[in-house]
Design a protein around this ligand. Sequence first.
Ligand code: CTP
Ligand code: CA
Length: 225
Amino acid sequence: DFAPANHRPLFGRRILITAGPTHEPIDPVRYIANRSSGKQGFAIAAAAAEAGAEVLLIAGPVPLPTPPGVIRIDVETANEMAAEVEQGLPVDAAIMVAAVADWRAADTAPQKIKKDGSGQVPPLALAENPDILAGLAKSPQRPPLLIGFAAETNDLIAHAQAKLARKGCDWIVANDVSADPMGGESNQVHIVSQDGVDSWDRLPKAAVARKLMEKIADELEKRAP
Ligand code: CTP
Ligand code: CA
């Protein structure tokens, strides 16, 4: 299905979206990653373009097609994603759907790390990645509407409220990944903001994306008609 041609509530708005996991190299053949499929972020990019926005999608490594009308930039690591997000500013809204790896290998080996036959395991020291969302919240070019996502396995709303405050964003879209495992086709989300919690039914990811676009369009219209 498609939005009718006269229903373009995000026409003239510029929206930045991050999606997918990041891959953090250990050596040329190994990396640290997570289970993010990129499906929800890509569905959001598709819905934003259908709603008439100019959409910049900064995507971690996922084998998904680029939605029609979306400008896509592929990245591997959190540091690359952070740099591309900064390049993409200014925007009217940013939706940070990516499951950014929290840690990278402190050192990346230039050659494949080999077993030495002794049974000793190599040490793997980690370094913390930049928090792209928190950085954007403090940026002089902070988007007027800044939205984070949170996948939690427990104490969903409390964790989401803590994240909202810690990161300085406007909304956290929270979902329980023990009920909807990452990589699935649907999501039951809760929009957590300073105004409270807006809990939606479990919906296909494309429907979550369209509903989110309506909410974003309403909010942008309120702030800057
Ligand atoms: N995020 C980000 N950069 C990071 C980590 C997270 O931009 N380095 C963003 C995600 O895209 C998401 C939000 O922050 O929109 C919340 O991510 P999450 O992993 O839930 O938050 P963390 O602060 O990393 O907390 P946790 O310890 O639960 O992983
Ligand atoms: Ca994290």
